[in-house]
Ligand binder design. Structure first.
Ligand code: ADP
Length: 301
C-alpha cells in the first residue's frame, strides 16, 4: 500500500504553515479556549498571519470568543475559507456549521475524525505564521486524530492549560504523558484562574445580615469611605486565592515532570467579559490584570 492520500493532502496544505501549536487541558472549564483565543489575538496584533482551528466538535466556543457567532464558512475553488476576524486572523470551527448555537452535536469517533481531517485537508489557509489548534478537554480520539493527521508535517508542540487545583493538575500529568507517548513536545504549562484579581473599584462590598444567606450592598458606602480616608486604596488591585495553592500548583508539577512552566493568569472578571463579548483583552488596556500576565507568557513562547 502507498502513503495515505489524506495525509499526503494534509501535508501539502500545511506546506504554507510555519508553526503549529496545540492547546490542551486535562479538564473542561479551565480556560483553554480563552487562552487559545487571546493567544490568537495577541499574535495577530503582532502582525503575524494566524489561523485558529477549533476541533472541540461537541462544544465549540471559539466563534463566540472571537466575536464571530452566527457566521458561516464558505467554499471557494481553493477550498473552504476560514471566517476572518481581521485579514490576518482566520478561524475554523464546527460552530460555523451548526445552524443554531443551542444545537448539540452528538457525534461518534469516526465522524469526528473525518471532520478533523477535513478541517486540515480542505481549508485554504494560505501563508500562515501560526496555526493554533484548540482541542477538547482530556486526551481522547480528537487528540490522537490531530497528531496522526499532522504526522507528515511538524507540530511545534503543545501548551497545556490548567488551574492550580489538584484535580486539574492530576489531569495535566496525564496530558504531559500523552504528549511524551505520542511524540509531541510540551511547550509549557499555563496556570489559569490563579487567584482572583480585580481593581478595588470593581468589587462589590457586602455586609452579611443575620446568617450568610442575606446580605446588604454597602459598595457606595465602602468606596466613599476609602475616597475620604485612604484614596490610594482605590488604585490597588485586590487579589484573593481561590484554590488552595499549598501544593505548589502548576509550577511545582512542572519541575517534577521536567516541563516548562509558562506562568500564571489570574481570574480576571474583565477577561471573562472580553471573552463573552468576543474581544481581545489586549486592545484598550481594559484587562489591567490579565493582559500583562498573558503577554508575559506569549513572549516566552
Ligand atoms: P475551557 O476551554 O478550558 O473549557 P473556557 O476557556 O471556555 O474553558 O473558560 C471557561 C469560562 O471561564 C469562560 O466563560 C471564560 O470566559 C472564563 N475564564 C477563563 N479564564 C478566565 C480568567 N482568567 N478570568 C476570567 N474568566 C475566565
Amino acid at each position: 500500500t502507498g502513503p495515505d492520500p489524506d495525509l499526503v493532502a494534509i501535508a501539502e496544505r500545511m506546506t504554507t504553515v510555519k508553526h503549529k501549536i496545540l492547546v490542551l487541558s486535562g479538564k473542561g472549564g479551565v480556560g483553554k479556549s480563552t487562552f487559545s483565543a487571546q493567544l490568537a489575538f495577541a499574535l495577530a496584533a503582532m502582525d503575524f498571519q494566524v489561523g485558529l482551528v477549533d476541533i472541540d466538535i461537541c462544544g465549540p466556543s471559539l466563534p463566540k470568543m472571537l466575536g464571530l457567532e452566527g457566521q458561516e464558512m464558505h467554499k471557494s475553488n481553493l477550498g473552504w475559507s476560514p471566517v476572518y476576524v481581521e485579514s490576518n486572523l482566520g478561524v475554523v470551527s464546527m460552530g460555523f456549521m451548526l445552524d443554531h448555537t443551542d444545537n448539540a452535536v452528538i457525534w461518534k469517533g469516526p465522524r469526528k475524525s473525518g471532520l478533523i481531517k477535513q478541517f486540515l485537508k480542505e481549508v485554504y489557509w494560505g501563508e500562515l505564521d501560526f496555526l493554533i489548534v484548540d482541542t477538547p478537554p482530556g486526551t481522547s480520539d480528537e487528540h490522537i486524530e490531530i497528531v496522526k493527521s499532522l504526522e507528515a508535517t511538524r507540530i511545534d508542540g503543545a501548551i497545556i492549560v490548567t488551574t492550580p487545583q489538584q484535580v486539574s493538575l492530576t489531569d495535566v500529568r496525564k496530558g504531559v504523558n500523552f504528549c511524551k507517548k505520542i511524540g509531541v513536545d510540551v511547550l509549557g504549562v499555563v496556570e489559569n484562574m490563579s487567584g482572583l484579581c480585580s481593581p478595588m473599584t470593581d468589587f462589590k462590598f457586602v455586609k452579611l445580615i443575620d446568617d450568610s444567606s442575606e446580605q446588604s450592598d454597602v459598595t457606595e458606602w465602602a468606596l466613599e469611605y476609602m475616597r475620604e480616608k485612604a484614596p490610594e486604596l482605590l488604585n490597588l488591585i485586590a487579589c484573593s486565592e481561590v484554590f488552595d495553592s499549598r501544593g505548589g500548583g502548576a509550577a511545582k508539577m512542572c519541575t517534577e515532570m521536567e516541563v516548562t512552566f509558562l506562568g500564571k493568569v489570574p481570574l480576571d472578571p474583565r477577561l471573562g467579559k472580553a471573552a463573552d463579548e468576543g474581544r481581545s483583552c489586549f486592545a484598550n488596556g481594559d484587562c489591567a490584570v490579565s493582559a500583562p500576565a498573558l503577554k508575559k507568557i506569549i513572549d516566552k513562547l
